[in-house]
Design a binder for this molecule. Sequence first.
Ligand code: FAD
Length: 365
Amino acid sequence: MSQATNYDVIVIGTSQGGRFLPIAFAKAGRRVALIERGQLGGVCVNVGCTPTKTMVASARVAYLARRGALYGVHTGPISVDLQAVRKRKQGMVEGAGNNFKSRITAVQGLDLDLLRGEAHFSAPKTLEVSLADGETREITAPLIFIDTGARPKQLTIKGVENVSVLNSTTIMELETLPEHLLIIGGGYIGLEFGQMFRRFGSRVTIIQNHPRLLMNEDEDVSDEVTKIFREDGITVLSGTTPQQVEPLSGGHIHLTVRTPQGEQQLSGSHLLAAIVSPTLKLSAQKLLASTWIRRATSRSMGNWKRTFLVSTRWVMSKVGQLSRTPLMMTSAFCAPTCLNMAAPAYRIALSPTPFSSIPSLGVLA
Ligand SMILES: Cc1cc2nc3c(=O)[nH]c(=O)nc-3n(C[C@H](O)[C@H](O)[C@H](O)COP(=O)(O)OP(=O)(O)OC[C@H]3O[C@@H](n4cnc5c(N)ncnc54)[C@H](O)[C@@H]3O)c2cc1C
């Protein structure tokens, strides 16, 4: 391996954080390395916000079409072509991905190196990057931003190795509608897919171990969302823990759950684990950026909703501006602070939460 290359700033991950931060630093004359091991744009563009919202839009059209007569508009029988929905989604993701790429690559004359490969800490303030072409490069910087986000979490219940379990990425690649979708997880991701597939025409059951859906929201918000979901014909089992899963004939799935009333047996055609965990393998033991940046990034590794709230509060206290997702906010506004420039003034804003089902939620911060 050749000698380490020195940068002023290194950003690992090209998602919400990686979108603004490296450019802001590079524009301020810093030498910057941006590292990405997967697709440019990370979760949000490729397998998170953009594709789900595109599919949510299709589901809303199906919902409105079915209710057309209530508005005095008569249509024929409604059916959903999931392959067409998926194709539309893929087009949107491609467009958003290209946008992202051009943003990063079109920065002419800036000292910004995009390294395609996987980073891990090899020493204090030092990263080893295994590049896609097989080469390994060592790079160092006094400031290192860990923007490695979260990824779908594996389900760990008994029997899980014998069945096929979907996650938030693979469910968007289905070519046919599930007859009965069992969803483990009553947070934003589970709810978005639950409502979406119900509107496409599937039967849906949501299993939530917490007593409420959307447990990070106020109780009245959770109650209202639960009511709306039940009115839409979705079965919501809250305070319920999955115990065991077994395969049935025809690819169906048998799921045993413990509800507050006792054990219950469910069967479905598809099982979705709507849970995420941080990607922080690269290792907390060597987090070496400056203290407050470290706080921001390491908090941002947790549950993305919790992160959103924590980071919102944290960023508000530091730089006083609100935006959409945690590191996007952090990035957009911490660069000037890191560079000792004036921080933007405080601003009150109505910020949409990441929950894009109907009705949408808003948070006044
Ligand atoms: C299904 C779904 C729907 C969502 N919908 C919304 C929404 O509507 N609105 C919203 O605001 N949020 C939404 N989110 C959340 C949003 O996607 C995340 O908050 C956001 O992507 C977090 O950005 P990030 O920069 O922290 O990390 P990520 O987007 O996870 O990106 C991290 C990047 O780091 C790279 N990386 C990881 N480890 C390494 C390494 N060792 N070396 C090099 N590169 C590495 C990864 O390849 C990835 O590209 C959704 C998430 C999901 C899963």
